[in-house]
Every structure is written in C-alpha cells, then in structure tokens.
Design a protein around this ligand. Structure first.
Ligand code: NAP
Length: 288
C-alpha cells in the first residue's frame, strides 16, 4: 500500500484475527495493519525530555486485571496480536519487576518476522527491555535475562547489581530523596539510550505511579468480555491500577474503539491531571 512500504511484512501473519474499527468507523483490519497505521515508531520532531509513554493494559468488564494471578486467561487472539504489534513499534518496553517475575518475561520480540519488520521501520531488532525494580530480586531463571540477544536496562534505586546473566544489562540509578525517581529515569532512557517511544506493559503498581506523576501519554486498554468477581481489597482481585487512590482522578480522551470476538480495544489519550481535586468538587454545588 502506498505510504506503508512495510505493510507487506506486517500483513504476512497467517490468518490474523479480524477487528472492526467502531470509532472512527472503518473496514475490517488485522492487528498488525492497525498498529502499522499508528506509525508509533516515527521519530518525534519535538524536543521532549522524556519518551512518549503508552500504557497497554487488559481488564475484564468488572475490572479484574488477573485471573489466577495471571493476565493470560483474560486475553484473546486479537489482544495478543495487538500486544505484539505494539511491541514491534516502539524503542523500549517498560515493565515492573512484579510482572516480569509473575509473567516470566522472555525475549521481547520472539518472532523473526516482527524483528525484520522493526528493521524496515528503522528500529533496532528488539526494543530495550526496561525493568523497574527496587530489590533487584530477579535471577537468571527469568527467561529474558538468560537471553543473549536481550538488551535490558534496570531502573532502580538500589546500588546493587543483578547476578551475571547472559542478557546485556545496564543500570539507571535515578534517585530522589532515597527513592527511585521515575521521571528522571525516563529522561535518562531518552538521553542515554535514545528511547523516544516507550510501551509500558504494567503492572498495576507501576502504571499507577506513572499516572500519578504525569508520566503517561496514552492508554491502550483491552476490555475482555468476562466477569470474574472477586474481592477488590484482596491481592487476587488486582485491577489495572494498584496503590493509593489518584486524587484528582486522571482524565482520559477516547481516541479509538475496536472490537473482536466481543472484546473491546480502547485507545485513550491521557490529559494532564484535572485541576480540581475531589476535595474541591465535594464542596461544589455541581457535585453529583
Ligand atoms: N491485566 C494487565 O494488563 C496486567 C499487566 C501487567 C501485569 N499484570 C499482573 O499484575 C501482577 C503484578 O502486578 P504488580 O503491580 O504487583 O507488579 P508491577 O507493577 O509489575 O511491579 C511491582 C514491582 O516493581 C518495582 N517497582 C515499582 N515501582 C517502583 C519504584 N517506584 N521503585 C522501585 N521499584 C519499583 C518493585 O520491584 P521489586 O519488588 O523488585 O523491588 C515492585 O515490587 C501480575 O499478577 C501480573 O500478571 C496484569
């Protein structure tokens, strides 16, 4: 297709799931082509200090982010294809150590076709795997760290290092008042590692912090057609954000809606935190 020279590689996936674009309305398309059209890998012309940060999360309709401790049981084919298509579009993938441990992260781009596609986009074969951890409690039993091709950056407040691993591991030790400075860490990712686009795959604790600190620009949210119940206060019924309440709540602007097999795929822009906090609205005559 004119204007999309790498489409032939993007379309080579055998029998892709079909997605209907509901908003704005369009024809049936595969995940790879839809993500291709977003052109996320194209270089930003601005001089932003930190990478553009996109959250990619998955939830049941009643808000569960995991079933039996994992996100896999909530996912479907289109969700998995979008997940991998997004990975094929960015400079870096950001993830909390909790998710790396639970989901047993492996090579970020296992499919050689997707690595080839990245090269046609002017990206490196694999995105930088950026892991946020305080304790650095990650061993070589994590498949990603045992992967010689993997390039990993640990964002940590610790002075320690991981045990020797086959992956190439660098460190960003960005600390403010004894705690990890996520904003400083993202700026260093941009300056030292040329990361301009960063896909955050969770988990809920990391996503909440990015939102609280105004460090997230977009949310890709897959809504699975499932109801799972569970007690919200229990660790088992994790939602897509965990930790203290966001006050004021973060506002979102709907950018697109896709549907496949009754699952919805929502893309939101994330606005700056609302100026009026809940405390202020509670005393307002407009409060519902
Ligand atoms: N539904 C979805 O879309 C989705 C997506 C991702 C994950 N999940 C699920 O979420 C669960 C894990 O979630 P989670 O929220 O516990 O894990 P998480 O956010 O991935 O990781 C939390 C860990 O990240 C590190 N960390 C985060 N913020 C830090 C900071 N400011 N300073 C230093 N370290 C920091 C700490 O690592 P250390 O402990 O190493 O210090 C912390 O224990 C798993 O069950 C996973 O399956 C669901």
């Amino acid at each position: 297709m004119a204007g999309h020279p790498s489409n032939s590689v993007a379309q080579r996936s055998v029998d892709p799931a079909s997605l209907t674009r509901l908003l704005p309305a369009e024809e049936l398309l595969g995940a790879a082509v839809l993500i291709e059209r977003l052109g996320l890998w194209k270089r930003a012309s601005g001089t932003a200090e930190r990478p553009r940060v996109m959250l990619n999360m998955l939830s049941t309709l009643d808000g569960r982010a995991t079933i039996a401790g994992r996100s896999g049981p909530i996912s479907n084919r289109a969700d998995r294809e979008l997940f991998h298509a997004l990975r094929a579009s960015v400079d870096g993938v950001l993830v909390g150590a909790g998710t790396v441990r639970t989901e047993r992260y492996g090579r970020i781009i296992p499919n050689p076709l997707a690595r080839e596609l990245r090269l046609t986009r002017g990206l490196s074969e694999e995105p930088l795997a950026c892991i946020v951890s305080g304790r650095l409690a990650l061993g070589e039993d994590i498949p990603l760290l045992a992967e010689p091709q993997a390039r990993v950056v640990m964002l940590t407040s610790s002075e320690a290092s991981l045990p020797a691993a086959r992956a190439q591991i660098d460190y960003i030790r960005s600390v403010l008042e004894g705690r990890l400075d996520l904003g400083g860490g993202l700026r260093e990712l941009r300056e030292r590692f040329a990361v301009q686009s960063l896909l955050c795959e969770g988990g809920p604790h990391l996503c909440r912090q990015l939102l609280a600190e105004g460090l997230a620009d977009e949310l890709f949210l897959s809504l699975a057609p499932k109801l799972a119940g569970g007690e919200p206060s229990s660790g088992e019924a994790l939602r897509i954000l965990a930790g203290a309440e966001l006050d004021p709540p973060v506002g979102l602007e709907l950018m697109s809606v896709l549907e496949s097999e009754s699952a919805l795929f929502l893309r939101y822009g994330i606005s700056a935190p609302e100026r009026v906090s809940r405390e202020t609205t509670a005393s307002s005559s407009l409060a519902r």
